[in-house]
Design a protein around this ligand. Structure first.
Ligand code: AMP
Ligand code: ZN
Length: 475
Protein backbone atom coordinates (compact mmCIF):
# COMPACT_ATOMS: atom_id res chain seq x y z
CA UNK A 1 0.00 0.00 0.00
CA UNK A 2 1.54 3.28 -1.08
CA UNK A 3 0.92 6.72 0.39
CA UNK A 4 2.19 10.01 -0.98
CA UNK A 5 4.08 11.67 1.84
CA UNK A 6 4.24 15.46 1.66
CA UNK A 7 7.44 15.25 3.72
CA UNK A 8 9.41 13.17 1.18
CA UNK A 9 7.35 14.28 -1.85
CA UNK A 10 7.18 10.65 -2.95
CA UNK A 11 4.85 7.69 -2.68
CA UNK A 12 6.11 5.48 0.12
CA UNK A 13 5.16 1.97 1.14
CA UNK A 14 2.95 2.16 4.23
CA UNK A 15 4.60 0.53 7.23
CA UNK A 16 2.63 1.02 10.46
CA UNK A 17 4.38 1.84 13.71
CA UNK A 18 2.54 -1.03 15.36
CA UNK A 19 1.56 -4.03 13.34
CA UNK A 20 -2.10 -4.10 12.37
CA UNK A 21 -2.76 -0.63 13.77
CA UNK A 22 -3.09 2.84 12.30
CA UNK A 23 -3.00 5.99 14.39
CA UNK A 24 -4.16 8.96 12.43
CA UNK A 25 -4.94 12.57 13.22
CA UNK A 26 -6.93 14.85 10.91
CA UNK A 27 -7.12 18.56 11.62
CA UNK A 28 -10.77 19.43 12.02
CA UNK A 29 -12.79 22.58 11.42
CA UNK A 30 -12.96 25.80 13.37
CA UNK A 31 -16.57 25.88 14.48
CA UNK A 32 -18.13 29.31 13.98
CA UNK A 33 -20.45 28.66 11.06
CA UNK A 34 -21.98 25.89 8.97
CA UNK A 35 -19.20 24.01 7.22
CA UNK A 36 -18.77 24.58 3.49
CA UNK A 37 -18.17 21.83 0.98
CA UNK A 38 -14.45 22.69 0.86
CA UNK A 39 -14.26 21.70 4.55
CA UNK A 40 -16.16 18.54 3.67
CA UNK A 41 -13.42 17.45 1.25
CA UNK A 42 -10.84 16.39 3.89
CA UNK A 43 -13.64 14.87 5.96
CA UNK A 44 -14.81 12.65 3.10
CA UNK A 45 -11.31 11.86 1.82
CA UNK A 46 -9.80 10.85 5.14
CA UNK A 47 -12.94 8.98 6.22
CA UNK A 48 -12.49 6.92 3.05
CA UNK A 49 -8.80 6.40 3.88
CA UNK A 50 -9.84 5.17 7.29
CA UNK A 51 -12.48 2.86 5.83
CA UNK A 52 -9.96 1.35 3.45
CA UNK A 53 -7.51 0.65 6.27
CA UNK A 54 -10.35 -1.00 8.18
CA UNK A 55 -11.32 -3.02 5.12
CA UNK A 56 -7.70 -4.20 4.98
CA UNK A 57 -7.99 -5.41 8.55
CA UNK A 58 -6.22 -2.59 10.40
CA UNK A 59 -7.50 -1.31 13.68
CA UNK A 60 -7.70 2.45 13.17
CA UNK A 61 -7.49 4.97 15.96
CA UNK A 62 -8.82 8.07 14.24
CA UNK A 63 -8.68 11.43 15.97
CA UNK A 64 -10.12 14.63 14.57
CA UNK A 65 -10.48 17.80 16.59
CA UNK A 66 -12.87 20.70 16.74
CA UNK A 67 -11.11 24.04 17.13
CA UNK A 68 -13.54 25.70 19.50
CA UNK A 69 -11.51 28.72 20.60
CA UNK A 70 -10.50 31.17 17.90
CA UNK A 71 -10.80 34.84 16.94
CA UNK A 72 -13.59 34.08 14.46
CA UNK A 73 -15.67 32.27 17.07
CA UNK A 74 -15.24 35.17 19.50
CA UNK A 75 -16.17 37.68 16.81
CA UNK A 76 -19.35 35.78 15.97
CA UNK A 77 -20.23 35.46 19.68
CA UNK A 78 -19.84 39.21 20.13
CA UNK A 79 -22.00 39.90 17.07
CA UNK A 80 -24.77 37.71 18.45
CA UNK A 81 -24.29 38.80 22.06
CA UNK A 82 -23.82 35.22 23.26
CA UNK A 83 -20.88 33.32 24.75
CA UNK A 84 -18.15 31.80 22.58
CA UNK A 85 -19.02 28.35 23.90
CA UNK A 86 -22.63 28.78 22.77
CA UNK A 87 -21.38 29.45 19.24
CA UNK A 88 -18.93 26.55 19.20
CA UNK A 89 -21.40 24.05 20.73
CA UNK A 90 -24.04 25.07 18.21
CA UNK A 91 -21.75 24.61 15.23
CA UNK A 92 -20.23 21.39 16.51
CA UNK A 93 -23.78 19.98 16.60
CA UNK A 94 -24.44 21.30 13.07
CA UNK A 95 -21.16 19.88 11.81
CA UNK A 96 -21.96 16.50 13.33
CA UNK A 97 -25.27 16.52 11.49
CA UNK A 98 -23.53 17.23 8.18
CA UNK A 99 -21.05 14.46 8.90
CA UNK A 100 -23.86 11.99 9.54
CA UNK A 101 -25.54 13.01 6.27
CA UNK A 102 -22.28 12.50 4.41
CA UNK A 103 -21.89 9.11 6.09
CA UNK A 104 -18.65 10.10 7.79
CA UNK A 105 -17.91 7.68 10.61
CA UNK A 106 -17.54 9.40 13.97
CA UNK A 107 -13.87 9.60 14.95
CA UNK A 108 -12.58 7.35 17.70
CA UNK A 109 -12.15 10.64 19.57
CA UNK A 110 -13.32 14.14 18.63
CA UNK A 111 -11.39 16.27 21.14
CA UNK A 112 -12.22 19.92 21.65
CA UNK A 113 -9.42 22.39 22.20
CA UNK A 114 -11.11 24.06 25.19
CA UNK A 115 -11.17 20.73 27.05
CA UNK A 116 -7.43 20.22 26.61
CA UNK A 117 -5.98 23.43 28.06
CA UNK A 118 -4.06 21.67 30.86
CA UNK A 119 -2.19 19.56 28.33
CA UNK A 120 -1.35 22.67 26.33
CA UNK A 121 0.01 24.50 29.37
CA UNK A 122 2.09 21.45 30.15
CA UNK A 123 3.57 21.18 26.65
CA UNK A 124 4.28 24.92 26.49
CA UNK A 125 6.10 24.68 29.84
CA UNK A 126 8.17 21.78 28.49
CA UNK A 127 9.11 23.89 25.46
CA UNK A 128 10.11 26.79 27.71
CA UNK A 129 12.17 24.43 29.93
CA UNK A 130 13.95 23.03 26.89
CA UNK A 131 14.75 26.49 25.51
CA UNK A 132 12.34 26.21 22.56
CA UNK A 133 10.00 28.90 23.85
CA UNK A 134 10.18 32.18 25.76
CA UNK A 135 7.82 34.48 27.63
CA UNK A 136 7.49 38.13 26.55
CA UNK A 137 6.85 41.00 28.96
CA UNK A 138 3.04 40.88 28.58
CA UNK A 139 2.89 37.11 29.18
CA UNK A 140 2.72 36.04 25.54
CA UNK A 141 4.68 32.83 24.99
CA UNK A 142 6.46 32.45 21.65
CA UNK A 143 8.07 29.47 19.98
CA UNK A 144 11.74 30.11 19.19
CA UNK A 145 11.54 28.92 15.58
CA UNK A 146 15.23 29.08 14.64
CA UNK A 147 16.05 26.84 17.59
CA UNK A 148 14.33 23.95 15.77
CA UNK A 149 16.94 23.08 13.21
CA UNK A 150 14.62 21.14 10.92
CA UNK A 151 12.05 23.93 10.61
CA UNK A 152 10.74 23.96 7.04
CA UNK A 153 11.25 20.25 6.39
CA UNK A 154 7.58 19.55 5.63
CA UNK A 155 6.85 22.58 3.47
CA UNK A 156 10.33 22.41 1.92
CA UNK A 157 10.96 26.02 2.78
CA UNK A 158 14.30 27.44 3.66
CA UNK A 159 14.09 29.20 6.99
CA UNK A 160 16.07 32.18 5.73
CA UNK A 161 13.63 32.74 2.89
CA UNK A 162 10.63 32.75 5.15
CA UNK A 163 8.69 35.82 5.94
CA UNK A 164 6.61 35.84 9.07
CA UNK A 165 3.43 33.89 8.32
CA UNK A 166 0.66 32.42 10.33
CA UNK A 167 -2.62 33.67 11.59
CA UNK A 168 -1.57 34.63 15.10
CA UNK A 169 1.35 36.78 14.11
CA UNK A 170 -1.07 39.28 12.72
CA UNK A 171 -3.13 39.61 15.87
CA UNK A 172 -0.42 39.91 18.50
CA UNK A 173 2.35 42.45 18.76
CA UNK A 174 5.20 41.33 16.53
CA UNK A 175 7.62 43.74 18.21
CA UNK A 176 8.05 41.56 21.29
CA UNK A 177 9.43 38.69 19.27
CA UNK A 178 13.09 37.75 19.19
CA UNK A 179 12.66 36.86 15.52
CA UNK A 180 9.82 37.51 13.05
CA UNK A 181 9.53 33.77 12.44
CA UNK A 182 8.58 33.04 16.05
CA UNK A 183 4.95 32.09 16.53
CA UNK A 184 2.51 32.28 19.41
CA UNK A 185 1.96 29.40 21.84
CA UNK A 186 -0.04 31.36 24.42
CA UNK A 187 -1.50 34.85 24.28
CA UNK A 188 -2.94 37.19 26.91
CA UNK A 189 -6.70 37.65 27.14
CA UNK A 190 -8.41 40.68 25.71
CA UNK A 191 -11.50 42.28 27.18
CA UNK A 192 -14.58 40.10 26.59
CA UNK A 193 -12.63 37.04 25.48
CA UNK A 194 -12.68 33.60 27.06
CA UNK A 195 -9.50 32.90 29.02
CA UNK A 196 -7.75 30.37 31.19
CA UNK A 197 -5.22 30.84 33.96
CA UNK A 198 -1.64 29.91 33.18
CA UNK A 199 1.82 30.45 34.74
CA UNK A 200 2.41 33.28 32.21
CA UNK A 201 -0.85 35.22 32.09
CA UNK A 202 -4.60 34.74 31.88
CA UNK A 203 -5.12 33.98 28.25
CA UNK A 204 -5.66 31.36 25.60
CA UNK A 205 -3.60 29.01 23.45
CA UNK A 206 -2.40 29.59 19.90
CA UNK A 207 -3.94 27.43 17.21
CA UNK A 208 -0.96 25.16 16.44
CA UNK A 209 -0.34 23.96 19.99
CA UNK A 210 -3.87 22.53 20.16
CA UNK A 211 -3.23 19.82 17.59
CA UNK A 212 0.21 18.87 18.97
CA UNK A 213 -1.37 18.32 22.37
CA UNK A 214 -4.53 16.52 21.28
CA UNK A 215 -2.56 14.22 18.99
CA UNK A 216 -0.15 13.36 21.82
CA UNK A 217 -2.91 12.74 24.32
CA UNK A 218 -5.08 10.45 22.19
CA UNK A 219 -2.52 8.83 19.90
CA UNK A 220 0.88 9.08 21.58
CA UNK A 221 4.12 10.94 20.82
CA UNK A 222 4.63 9.25 17.48
CA UNK A 223 1.79 8.57 15.07
CA UNK A 224 1.34 7.00 11.64
CA UNK A 225 -0.56 9.63 9.67
CA UNK A 226 -1.25 13.31 10.12
CA UNK A 227 -3.61 14.84 7.59
CA UNK A 228 -5.54 17.90 6.49
CA UNK A 229 -6.07 20.25 3.59
CA UNK A 230 -3.01 21.50 1.72
CA UNK A 231 -3.36 25.00 3.16
CA UNK A 232 -2.35 23.50 6.49
CA UNK A 233 1.14 22.41 5.35
CA UNK A 234 2.50 25.82 6.21
CA UNK A 235 2.50 27.17 8.79
CA UNK A 236 0.14 24.93 10.77
CA UNK A 237 1.70 21.51 10.25
CA UNK A 238 5.23 22.88 10.10
CA UNK A 239 4.63 24.48 13.49
CA UNK A 240 3.02 21.34 14.89
CA UNK A 241 6.16 19.40 13.94
CA UNK A 242 8.40 22.00 15.57
CA UNK A 243 6.36 21.89 18.79
CA UNK A 244 5.82 18.14 19.03
CA UNK A 245 9.30 17.03 18.04
CA UNK A 246 11.00 19.58 20.31
CA UNK A 247 8.76 18.67 23.26
CA UNK A 248 8.61 14.88 22.79
CA UNK A 249 12.07 14.22 21.35
CA UNK A 250 10.78 11.75 18.73
CA UNK A 251 9.57 12.13 15.13
CA UNK A 252 5.94 13.25 15.12
CA UNK A 253 4.13 11.61 12.18
CA UNK A 254 5.46 9.11 9.66
CA UNK A 255 3.20 10.10 6.78
CA UNK A 256 1.81 13.54 6.03
CA UNK A 257 -1.23 13.53 3.76
CA UNK A 258 -2.82 16.64 2.27
CA UNK A 259 -5.88 16.98 0.08
CA UNK A 260 -5.96 19.55 -2.69
CA UNK A 261 -8.54 22.32 -2.70
CA UNK A 262 -12.09 22.31 -3.76
CA UNK A 263 -12.26 25.31 -6.08
CA UNK A 264 -14.90 27.44 -7.71
CA UNK A 265 -13.84 29.02 -10.99
CA UNK A 266 -10.30 27.91 -10.14
CA UNK A 267 -10.28 29.78 -6.82
CA UNK A 268 -10.18 28.05 -3.43
CA UNK A 269 -13.61 27.86 -1.88
CA UNK A 270 -13.41 29.73 1.41
CA UNK A 271 -15.54 31.57 3.89
CA UNK A 272 -13.42 34.68 3.73
CA UNK A 273 -13.60 34.93 -0.08
CA UNK A 274 -17.38 34.47 0.11
CA UNK A 275 -17.35 31.97 -2.79
CA UNK A 276 -18.72 29.02 -0.91
CA UNK A 277 -21.65 26.62 -0.69
CA UNK A 278 -22.42 25.04 2.64
CA UNK A 279 -23.09 21.32 2.85
CA UNK A 280 -26.64 22.36 3.76
CA UNK A 281 -27.00 24.34 0.50
CA UNK A 282 -26.07 21.23 -1.45
CA UNK A 283 -28.31 18.97 0.66
CA UNK A 284 -31.28 21.11 -0.34
CA UNK A 285 -30.70 20.12 -3.95
CA UNK A 286 -29.03 16.72 -3.86
CA UNK A 287 -28.80 13.56 -1.84
CA UNK A 288 -25.65 14.12 0.32
CA UNK A 289 -24.33 10.86 -1.14
CA UNK A 290 -24.06 12.62 -4.50
CA UNK A 291 -21.68 15.11 -2.89
CA UNK A 292 -19.67 12.26 -1.41
CA UNK A 293 -19.54 10.59 -4.83
CA UNK A 294 -18.49 13.87 -6.45
CA UNK A 295 -15.59 14.30 -4.00
CA UNK A 296 -14.33 10.77 -4.52
CA UNK A 297 -14.59 10.87 -8.28
CA UNK A 298 -11.18 12.57 -8.44
CA UNK A 299 -7.93 11.78 -6.70
CA UNK A 300 -7.58 13.61 -3.39
CA UNK A 301 -4.36 15.35 -4.46
CA UNK A 302 -5.95 16.83 -7.60
CA UNK A 303 -7.76 20.14 -7.40
CA UNK A 304 -11.49 19.72 -7.86
CA UNK A 305 -13.55 22.40 -9.51
CA UNK A 306 -17.11 22.60 -8.27
CA UNK A 307 -19.77 23.16 -10.91
CA UNK A 308 -23.46 22.39 -11.42
CA UNK A 309 -22.61 20.26 -14.46
CA UNK A 310 -20.19 18.08 -12.52
CA UNK A 311 -22.72 17.64 -9.73
CA UNK A 312 -25.37 16.61 -12.27
CA UNK A 313 -22.99 14.13 -13.80
CA UNK A 314 -22.10 12.79 -10.32
CA UNK A 315 -25.81 12.40 -9.65
CA UNK A 316 -26.38 10.40 -12.84
CA UNK A 317 -23.40 8.15 -12.14
CA UNK A 318 -24.32 7.60 -8.52
CA UNK A 319 -27.89 6.73 -9.49
CA UNK A 320 -26.65 4.10 -11.89
CA UNK A 321 -24.99 2.33 -9.00
CA UNK A 322 -28.09 2.75 -6.82
CA UNK A 323 -30.29 1.35 -9.59
CA UNK A 324 -28.03 -1.63 -10.03
CA UNK A 325 -28.25 -2.38 -6.30
CA UNK A 326 -32.06 -1.94 -6.34
CA UNK A 327 -32.36 -4.24 -9.34
CA UNK A 328 -30.23 -6.89 -7.64
CA UNK A 329 -32.36 -6.68 -4.53
CA UNK A 330 -35.56 -6.88 -6.52
CA UNK A 331 -34.42 -9.93 -8.46
CA UNK A 332 -32.95 -11.59 -5.37
CA UNK A 333 -36.18 -11.21 -3.39
CA UNK A 334 -38.00 -13.15 -6.10
CA UNK A 335 -35.31 -15.66 -7.06
CA UNK A 336 -34.90 -19.29 -6.09
CA UNK A 337 -31.84 -21.39 -5.47
CA UNK A 338 -29.70 -21.31 -2.36
CA UNK A 339 -26.60 -22.58 -4.18
CA UNK A 340 -24.83 -21.08 -7.19
CA UNK A 341 -24.67 -23.14 -10.36
CA UNK A 342 -21.18 -24.13 -11.60
CA UNK A 343 -21.47 -21.49 -14.36
CA UNK A 344 -22.33 -18.88 -11.77
CA UNK A 345 -19.34 -19.94 -9.68
CA UNK A 346 -17.11 -19.24 -12.67
CA UNK A 347 -18.81 -15.89 -13.20
CA UNK A 348 -18.24 -14.95 -9.56
CA UNK A 349 -14.53 -15.60 -10.00
CA UNK A 350 -14.63 -13.25 -12.99
CA UNK A 351 -16.44 -10.64 -10.90
CA UNK A 352 -13.67 -10.87 -8.30
CA UNK A 353 -11.41 -9.23 -10.87
CA UNK A 354 -13.20 -5.93 -10.23
CA UNK A 355 -12.37 -6.17 -6.55
CA UNK A 356 -8.71 -6.71 -7.44
CA UNK A 357 -8.88 -3.66 -9.73
CA UNK A 358 -10.51 -1.64 -6.94
CA UNK A 359 -7.86 -2.65 -4.41
CA UNK A 360 -5.00 -1.92 -6.80
CA UNK A 361 -6.37 1.62 -7.23
CA UNK A 362 -6.79 2.17 -3.49
CA UNK A 363 -3.36 0.68 -2.76
CA UNK A 364 -1.89 3.31 -5.05
CA UNK A 365 -2.22 6.32 -2.74
CA UNK A 366 -5.99 5.95 -2.37
CA UNK A 367 -6.86 6.56 -5.98
CA UNK A 368 -10.61 6.75 -5.46
CA UNK A 369 -11.14 7.94 -9.04
CA UNK A 370 -9.86 4.64 -10.42
CA UNK A 371 -11.51 2.69 -7.61
CA UNK A 372 -14.88 4.16 -8.61
CA UNK A 373 -14.17 3.23 -12.22
CA UNK A 374 -13.73 -0.37 -11.02
CA UNK A 375 -17.12 -0.16 -9.28
CA UNK A 376 -18.64 1.12 -12.49
CA UNK A 377 -17.22 -1.72 -14.49
CA UNK A 378 -18.64 -4.11 -11.93
CA UNK A 379 -22.04 -2.43 -12.29
CA UNK A 380 -21.89 -2.78 -16.08
CA UNK A 381 -20.86 -6.40 -15.74
CA UNK A 382 -23.66 -7.13 -13.25
CA UNK A 383 -26.26 -5.50 -15.50
CA UNK A 384 -25.17 -7.63 -18.41
CA UNK A 385 -25.23 -10.87 -16.40
CA UNK A 386 -28.39 -10.73 -14.32
CA UNK A 387 -31.01 -9.40 -16.68
CA UNK A 388 -31.02 -12.43 -18.94
CA UNK A 389 -34.56 -13.65 -19.49
CA UNK A 390 -33.53 -17.10 -20.75
CA UNK A 391 -31.79 -18.36 -17.59
CA UNK A 392 -32.89 -16.85 -14.30
CA UNK A 393 -29.97 -16.36 -11.89
CA UNK A 394 -30.10 -18.12 -8.52
CA UNK A 395 -30.79 -16.26 -5.32
CA UNK A 396 -27.30 -17.23 -4.12
CA UNK A 397 -25.64 -15.70 -7.18
CA UNK A 398 -27.62 -12.46 -6.90
CA UNK A 399 -26.86 -12.25 -3.18
CA UNK A 400 -23.13 -12.73 -3.82
CA UNK A 401 -23.13 -9.94 -6.42
CA UNK A 402 -25.10 -7.67 -4.15
CA UNK A 403 -22.58 -8.33 -1.40
CA UNK A 404 -19.70 -7.57 -3.76
CA UNK A 405 -21.21 -4.25 -4.79
CA UNK A 406 -22.10 -3.25 -1.23
CA UNK A 407 -18.65 -4.14 0.02
CA UNK A 408 -16.80 -1.95 -2.51
CA UNK A 409 -19.17 1.00 -2.26
CA UNK A 410 -19.03 0.60 1.52
CA UNK A 411 -15.28 1.22 1.48
CA UNK A 412 -16.05 4.51 -0.27
CA UNK A 413 -18.66 5.21 2.41
CA UNK A 414 -21.33 5.44 -0.28
CA UNK A 415 -24.80 4.40 0.79
CA UNK A 416 -26.39 2.80 -2.25
CA UNK A 417 -29.38 1.03 -0.77
CA UNK A 418 -32.61 2.90 -1.33
CA UNK A 419 -34.16 3.37 2.03
CA UNK A 420 -37.67 2.53 0.73
CA UNK A 421 -37.29 -1.24 0.96
CA UNK A 422 -35.73 -1.02 4.39
CA UNK A 423 -38.93 -0.06 6.13
CA UNK A 424 -40.76 -3.34 6.54
CA UNK A 425 -44.23 -1.84 6.88
CA UNK A 426 -43.94 0.27 3.80
CA UNK A 427 -42.58 -2.59 1.72
CA UNK A 428 -45.44 -4.83 2.87
CA UNK A 429 -47.98 -2.08 2.17
CA UNK A 430 -46.70 -1.45 -1.36
CA UNK A 431 -46.49 -5.17 -2.13
CA UNK A 432 -50.10 -5.57 -0.99
CA UNK A 433 -51.15 -2.74 -3.31
CA UNK A 434 -49.19 -4.25 -6.18
CA UNK A 435 -50.95 -7.57 -5.64
CA UNK A 436 -54.34 -5.82 -5.47
CA UNK A 437 -53.55 -4.00 -8.70
CA UNK A 438 -52.51 -7.24 -10.40
CA UNK A 439 -55.78 -8.85 -9.31
CA UNK A 440 -57.77 -5.86 -10.61
CA UNK A 441 -56.00 -6.05 -13.97
CA UNK A 442 -56.64 -9.76 -14.17
CA UNK A 443 -60.34 -9.08 -13.57
CA UNK A 444 -60.12 -6.41 -16.30
CA UNK A 445 -61.02 -3.74 -13.74
CA UNK A 446 -58.57 -1.24 -15.22
CA UNK A 447 -60.18 1.72 -13.48
CA UNK A 448 -59.38 0.11 -10.12
CA UNK A 449 -55.85 -0.74 -11.24
CA UNK A 450 -55.26 2.88 -12.29
CA UNK A 451 -56.75 4.13 -9.03
CA UNK A 452 -54.24 2.03 -7.06
CA UNK A 453 -51.36 3.41 -9.12
CA UNK A 454 -52.64 6.96 -8.50
CA UNK A 455 -53.08 6.29 -4.80
CA UNK A 456 -49.45 5.17 -4.54
CA UNK A 457 -48.26 8.13 -6.59
CA UNK A 458 -49.93 10.44 -4.08
CA UNK A 459 -47.61 8.88 -1.51
CA UNK A 460 -44.60 9.46 -3.76
CA UNK A 461 -44.38 5.83 -4.88
CA UNK A 462 -43.99 5.10 -8.58
CA UNK A 463 -44.77 1.71 -10.07
CA UNK A 464 -42.92 0.46 -13.06
CA UNK A 465 -44.04 -2.57 -15.08
CA UNK A 466 -40.95 -4.48 -16.20
CA UNK A 467 -40.20 -7.80 -17.79
CA UNK A 468 -39.30 -9.18 -14.38
CA UNK A 469 -42.46 -7.91 -12.69
CA UNK A 470 -43.62 -4.70 -11.06
CA UNK A 471 -40.91 -2.59 -9.45
CA UNK A 472 -41.41 0.42 -7.27
CA UNK A 473 -39.43 3.40 -6.22
CA UNK A 474 -39.85 6.57 -4.25
CA UNK A 475 -39.69 9.93 -5.99
P1 AMP B 1 -10.68 25.42 8.71
O1 AMP B 1 -12.00 25.36 9.40
O2 AMP B 1 -10.51 26.59 7.78
O3 AMP B 1 -9.51 25.26 9.67
O4 AMP B 1 -10.63 24.14 7.72
C1 AMP B 1 -10.89 22.81 8.12
C2 AMP B 1 -10.31 21.85 7.10
O5 AMP B 1 -10.88 22.09 5.79
C3 AMP B 1 -8.79 22.00 6.90
O6 AMP B 1 -8.22 20.70 6.73
C4 AMP B 1 -8.68 22.81 5.62
O7 AMP B 1 -7.46 22.58 4.96
C5 AMP B 1 -9.85 22.25 4.83
N1 AMP B 1 -10.32 23.15 3.76
C6 AMP B 1 -10.79 24.43 3.90
N2 AMP B 1 -11.15 24.94 2.71
C7 AMP B 1 -10.93 23.96 1.78
C8 AMP B 1 -11.13 23.87 0.35
N3 AMP B 1 -11.65 24.87 -0.38
N4 AMP B 1 -10.80 22.72 -0.26
C9 AMP B 1 -10.30 21.68 0.43
N5 AMP B 1 -10.08 21.70 1.77
C10 AMP B 1 -10.40 22.82 2.45
ZN1 ZN C 1 -4.22 20.87 13.29
Amino acid sequence: MKIYNTMSKTKEEFVPLHEGQVRMYVCGPTVYNLIHIGNARPMIVFDTVRRYFEYKGYEVNFVSNFTDVDDKIIKKANEEGVSASEISERYIAECEKDMRDLNIEPATTHPQATQEIDGMIHMIQTLIDKGFAYVAADGTVYYRTRRFKEYGKLSHKNIDDLRSGGRELLVTGDDQKEDPLDFVLWKPKKEGEPYWESPWCDGRPGWHIECSVMSKRYLGDEIDIHAGGEDLVFPHHENEIAQSEAANGVPFARYWMHNAFLNINSHKMSKSAGNFFTVRDIDAQYDPQVLRYFMLSVHYRSPLNFSAELMESAKTSYERIVNCAANLKFLKDRAQGEVCTPQEQTLLEEADGFRAQFEAAMDDDFNTADAITAIFELVKWINSHVNKAEEAPTKAFLAALEQELLSLTGVCGLIIERDDGLQGDEEAYVQEKIAERAAAKKAKDFARADAIRAELLEKGIVLEDTREGVKWKKV
